[in-house]
Design a protein around this ligand. Sequence first.
Ligand SMILES: Cc1cc2nc3c(=O)[nH]c(=O)nc-3n(C[C@H](O)[C@H](O)[C@H](O)COP(=O)(O)O)c2cc1C
Ligand SMILES: Nc1ncnc2c1ncn2[C@@H]1O[C@H](COP(=O)(O)OP(=O)(O)O)[C@@H](O)[C@H]1O
Length: 308
Amino acid sequence: MRVYHNIDEFTAVNNAVVTIGTFDGVHIGHRKIISGIKELAASTGGETVILTFFPHPRMILHPEDESLKLITTIAEKAGLMEKLGVDHLIITPFSRDFSNQSAESYIRDVLVNKIGTKKIVIGYDHRFGKDRQGGFEDLQRLGPVYGFDVVEIPEQDINEVAISSTRIRNALLSGDIDLANAFLGYPFFITGNVVRGDQIGRQLGYPTANIVIEEKYKLVPCDGIFAVTVIIADQKYKGMAYIGSRPTVNGLTRNIEVNIFDFNQDIYNQTIRMEFHHYIRGDVKFSSLDGLKVQLAQDKVDVLNLDF
Ligand SMILES: Cc1cc2nc3c(=O)[nH]c(=O)nc-3n(C[C@H](O)[C@H](O)[C@H](O)COP(=O)(O)O)c2cc1C
Ligand SMILES: Nc1ncnc2c1ncn2[C@@H]1O[C@H](COP(=O)(O)OP(=O)(O)O)[C@@H](O)[C@H]1O
């Protein structure tokens, strides 16, 4: 898959089969659309093109506002699309110039001349161009003029897609990992760097790698303990993860930590990926570190008893 960070880097391809959207999570609804464009491309000898937008205008206009949370970072989204076999991913920032184009010039200059669109798969409610004046009707009207077909994604499918992105976010925020993963079609994951903590973990007999996620807009599940797999340098390990403020040791920051099973390596400063499989329990303030230690032994038993 080729990734373009600006639409100007893209040179038109033959028989481009295009879709446009945010695709947060690249979940089962999105996968249906992506397999749709892949089939269309395969039957016409064409190439698949996804046009997505990043950063979100709110991130540029209000960088201090951290309320916007996404299931996937832009890099994770690109990775998932690559795995699905998408040929081209164009990531355009929501610039003023871009959003000030008229609907007709967007269709002519971007979709037709820049991308070479021969088929566009789009929701009935997709809006584009200045003041969101353009829509499905404009594409249908101008398709014959510029030589492309418009394929509508039915209302029911759009609603499903929208519902599942919101439902996945809500499921992750309420600890329903099983539901989130069922909608995603793969285990929810985070990607981050391992940093130093207070080094209490190793004294407890449970060293925990502290993970820091660079992208502030990445959604982190609710506080609690989770059964996870950790991917370090292409190797997979099972483990138990903790998200919370460590009330037992009067922690001041909200941490993401993981005790990795059957593992004993220094991984400070490494980038790791952690996949969430099941929610185990909520965060608890223990009256002593010994109390926490007893619970950690039980958590490990509980995690190892699960199928994942
Ligand atoms: C599986 C797991 C469960 C945990 N549960 C709790 C908990 O219920 N309450 C709590 O205060 N801390 C909990 N912790 C966090 C520990 O307090 C933390 O790992 C310890 O303070 C070590 O911190 P350090 O990595 O900074 O050394 C848990 C950690 C793990 C790995
Ligand atoms: N099984 C393991 N699980 C997690 N981290 C481990 C493990 N074995 C060794 N480590 C290393 O030890 C570190 C965690 O030890 P810990 O005492 O909790 O220190 P810190 O407070 O700095 O996280 C990890 O960042 C990693 O480099």
